[in-house]
Design a protein around this ligand. Structure first.
Ligand code: GTP
Ligand code: MG
Length: 307
């Protein structure tokens, strides 16, 4: 437990750096970034492989600036072009870090956590492991054996139990991270929370609804492109295209008599209005684009996070 007094915290002032967050899919990386930043800047869902490209989340703590790179879940055996794209996004985040933070599930260590832990151990900067979802443990004592084993297996890794969803342990983690940041000027203005444009975030919020509402039916290959984003006098006018690969997928997204698409639109509009703080008029179209996941131009758009 940290018991910092205000005088202790003063040592954090004037520090600034980047932290890469890595972990297998679905452990709560994006939930943690949203919690840290205090706003929804990264989409989350129950499904693995929700995050596709690196997103920066910027937080300021006691005069220190922490810039987190949220990354897609690590894929040990990338097969498709999309898998490879996602792993490249992790490399990108790791190339620019001052600390690396692995996230794992506090309930159980899994085999696919191992390659991520190996990466963590090979990093040349301060290393942290957040054991997430402690709110789901029936008894906190369940954590002790895991803490002991990991403590032995991961020397020089600071381990912090957290609940990204409930916010538990997150301040302790942030203070510990701030302490190892290099002294230097803040990279971003103190009111900036992400590097993504509102337009790119709009595409992501729409895709989040696809991931959440379509569950297993979702064509993994669905993509959202924003084709218009205009601030008009009383509303922000947004046009979005949902790309799918097969006619059957198009029918799923549209639903019976358009019911599914309508639900998606209602939920996405609410999320967009919350993000923008103003009314939104949203038009959505579904387009079938055969094999777009093989199209380098379409993939490049995703890679650049341009929606
Ligand atoms: N109970 C509980 N659930 C959590 C916690 N953190 C995240 N979750 C849930 O875990 C699921 C996955 O969360 P994400 O933040 O999307 O996970 P991710 O690691 O970013 O996943 P990918 O982007 O697919 O790699 C969501 O349903 C979250 O609500 C937590 O602390 N407690
Ligand atoms: Mg994610």
């Amino acid at each position: 437990m940290t018991t910092d007094t205000p005088a202790d915290l003063a040592r954090l002032a004037g520090r600034s750096g980047r932290i890469a967050i890595i972990g297998r899919p679905n452990v709560g990386k994006s939930t943690l970034v949203n919690r840290i930043v205090g706003q929804k800047i990264a989409i989350t869902s129950r499904r693995p492989q929700t995050t596709r490209h690196r997103v920066l989340g910027i937080a300021n703590v006691e005069g220190a600036q922490l810039v987190f790179s949220d990354t897609p879940g690590w894929q040990p055996n990338p097969r498709t072009a999309m898998d490879k794209l996602m792993n490249r996004q992790i490399d990108l985040a790791l190339g620019e870090m001052d600390a690396v933070l692995m996230v794992a599930d506090a309930r159980a260590w899994r085999n696919d956590d191992d390659p991520v832990a190996e990466w963590l151990l090979s990093a040349k900067c301060p290393r942290f492991l957040a054991l997430n979802k402690i709110d789901r443990l029936d008894d906190k004592r369940q954590l002790l054996p895991l803490l002991q084993t990991l403590g032995e297996q991961l020397p020089d890794v600071e381990i912090v139990p957290i609940s990204a969803l409930k916010g538990r342990g997150v301040e302790i983690l942030m203070t510990a991270l701030a302490e190892v940041m290099p002294v230097g000027e803040a990279e971003f203005p103190s009111d900036q929370v992400t590097d993504q444009s509102e337009r790119a975030l709009a595409a992501e919020l729409m895709r989040e609804q696809l991931m959440r509402q379509l569950g297993e039916e979702l064509p993994y290959a669905a993509h959202v492109a924003i084709t218009a984003f205009e601030d008009r006098p009383t509303v922000t006018y947004i046009e979005a295209e949902i790309w799918v690969e097969k006619p059957g997928q198009k029918a799923i997204v549209i639903g019976r008599r358009g019911a599914r698409l309508k639900e998606l639109g209602i939920a996405a509009r609410a999320a967009l209005e919350q993000m923008l703080g103003r009314p939104v008029f949203l038009q959505t179209h579904v387009r079938q684009r055969e094999a777009w996941t093989q199209d380098p131009f379409a993939l490049a758009q995703i890679e650049l996070g341009s929606g």
